[in-house]
Design a protein around this ligand. Structure first.
Ligand SMILES: N[C@@H](CCC(=O)N[C@@H](CS)C(=O)NCC(=O)O)C(=O)O
Length: 239
């Protein structure tokens, strides 16, 4: 399918879900980098700039990622975009979706997606915001929120460790979209030095070492990793 446009930013770890599906399946597309930062030359106080009428017409929430596909028009939210691409390009290898007639595989896959979106995302988002975006925007990081999120992330990853002691990947026995869904959170935890709970749980650690070693991940995550490494150094965050 020609004519796919992908609006993204190296400040957007959430966009990496989409990047990963595009990279794994080698889907032809045009990346368009949206400037999320208002100001001139270095880290600035406000992060909101893509509320331009053009971007708002593509995503009423004023965020990236946005995918523009000739058949579907503009689409927002990283998880639905990633699933859309995995489905539309299902015949392109690797398959990132389970076969729905293999019931256990289908069940484990759906569980994996739900754990990431419902049990981990909100806590990591809070923690990441407090450690990076809040100080960037001139706000004083809220220590109570940091502590609460940190504890919650540790509790969730302890449960995930038990799950990964019985299955190889987040969505069962094969690498899938469920694994891809978790990657942005693991990057956020690692780049801020909040990765104690990853290192403390042997099965989580084993999973992260394997999936973060994929060539696709090393390639697509590097710009985001580099930008946030600079931000963490600049705001004096991280452990
Ligand atoms: N749930 C959304 C989150 C999107 C999101 O928060 N995008 C961030 C970058 S990761 C953004 O555009 N931030 C800029 C802003 O809010 O102004 C998704 O997964 O796509």
């Amino acid at each position: 399918m020609a004519g796919i446009k992908f609006y993204t930013s190296p400040l957007s770890h959430n966009s990496l879900r989409v990047d990963m599906v595009l990279a794994e399946k080698n889907i032809e597309h045009e990346p368009i980098v949206v400037d999320l930062v208002k100001g001139e030359h270095k880290v600035r106080p406000s992060l909101i700039v893509h509320t331009s009428p053009e971007m708002l017409s593509k995503n009423p929430w004023g965020k990236v990622p946005v995918l523009e596909c000739p058949h579907a028009g503009p689409m927002y939210e990283s998880r639905p975009i990633a699933r859309y691409l995995a489905t539309v390009f299902a015949d392109k290898s690797p398959s990132l979706l389970p076969s729905t007639d293999k019931y256990p595989a289908f069940a484990r896959f759906e569980e994996g997606l739900a754990i990431e979106a419902q049990k981990l995302d909100a806590d990591v988002t809070q923690l990441f915001f407090q450690l990076t975006h809040a100080p960037l925007m001139g706000m004083i990081p809220d220590q109570a929120v940091i502590e609460k999120s940190r504890k919650s992330v540790a509790a969730t990853l302890a449960v995930v460790d038990g799950i990964l002691s019985k299955q190889k990947y987040m969505g069962g026995e094969t690498f899938s979209l469920a694994d891809i869904s978790f990657l942005p959170e693991f990057l956020a935890l690692s780049v801020t030095g909040e990765d104690e709970a990853i290192k403390a749980n042997p099965n989580v650690k084993r999973w992260w070492e394997e999936v973060s070693g994929r060539e696709s991940w090393k390639r697509v995550s590097k710009p985001v990793w580099d930008v946030y490494t600079g931000i963490v150094a600049q705001v004096g965050g991280g452990k």
